[in-house]
Ligand binder design. Sequence first.
Ligand SMILES: NC(=O)c1ccc[n+]([C@@H]2O[C@H](COP(=O)([O-])OP(=O)(O)OC[C@H]3O[C@@H](n4cnc5c(N)ncnc54)[C@H](O)[C@@H]3O)[C@@H](O)[C@H]2O)c1
Length: 381
Amino acid sequence: MGRTHSNAFLQTPRYFDVPYEPVLKAVCARNADRVKSFAANWGYESIETDWRALVARKDIDLIDIASPNDTHAEIAVAAAGAGKMVSCEKPLGRNAAEAEQMVEAVETARVPNTVWYNYRRVPAVVMIKELIDQGKLGRIFHYRAQFLQDWTISQDLPQGGEGLWRLDVGVAGSGVTGDLLAHCIDTAMWLNGSIAELTAMTETFIKERKHTLTGKVEPVGIDDASAVLCRFQNGSLALFEATRYARGHKALYTLEINGEHASARWDLHDLHRLQWFDHRDEGKLRGWRSIHVTDGDHPYMKHWWVPGLQIGYEHTFIHQFADFLSAAAGNQSASPTFRDGLATDYVTDAILKSAKTGRWERVTASATATAVKAVGQQATV
Ligand SMILES: NC(=O)c1ccc[n+]([C@@H]2O[C@H](COP(=O)([O-])OP(=O)(O)OC[C@H]3O[C@@H](n4cnc5c(N)ncnc54)[C@H](O)[C@@H]3O)[C@@H](O)[C@H]2O)c1
């Protein structure tokens, strides 16, 4: 994600009229040689090998967190405490308790913030949001989403360490629920409102794996697969599924929403297309339309190429950064804010709890939530 974000920092002012010119002052990672070569490749002026030194620097306005999940809370709280703007990768915290501390820190410091749930910035997904907000779907009955991968099926794959921290529950917080399903939940709540209650199953198919850092075979604490049935506050029903055991799928994020008048469907493997069915079309011509979301009047597309030429994954980060800079100029945050990221963590916590208890769980703020005051809660864009 360091590359994805650096690309966004460089490209944003070239394509969007933004109120700030980003200056790549410093990049931080633990290995000095590797971070030097990263800095040279992307044009950072300097390096740090301890994030605390980065946060202490007076010449830096924004701290961007693109490191593993166990680092998010500590860095974000320190950065907000130092008065920096903060952008953070998802999931916001390893759990809601961590995310609550992060929300409190940015809201107390009143610093602009955002969480990189980038799928909210896919033009076809933004179009679904616009169509829902315009009432074109009518009453919503169903929402369903899947995020499927297949890269952890081998039982010889170790857990932990570089590239494999996602399999170590201490670092990741959870498995596919916080990693993949969190994306689905964030988009779903943006499009369809809050989730009221849910029941879930999770499974850890491979129970023990060698740990890269200790060299020992250790129990696996993450969920390999997660299946969720839930009810939104608006009364619609939903199904969510995430797994890293769906052979043949590398990053298949799909979503569909069914309303009284129309349905919309989107697929990350075809991200520039919106599938749309409108029952109000003339009967004999009624059918699913595949809309190529590349015209100048489609969301964000006037900043890119001529109609018909598509964009990709990296552009979603450019869009989010452009929105973030515009908001920050008015000391506002860009959605999803840390508070929105916390809302997703409440849902993923409830999923993991339901998988343990075998019961339906209501999605509520955790016991410590009352400690989070809506101090200086900011308007969002
Ligand atoms: N929005 C998305 O689509 C998306 C996609 C992938 C990952 N992510 C999120 O981005 C984050 C990073 O994931 P990734 O796949 O880029 O991981 P990665 O393992 O490829 O990279 C993590 C980087 O963080 C560095 N790092 C680790 N500990 C550090 C520390 N204490 N101080 C400074 N640097 C440290 C590592 O050296 C490495 O360069 C995670 O939170 C992940 O969930 C989001």
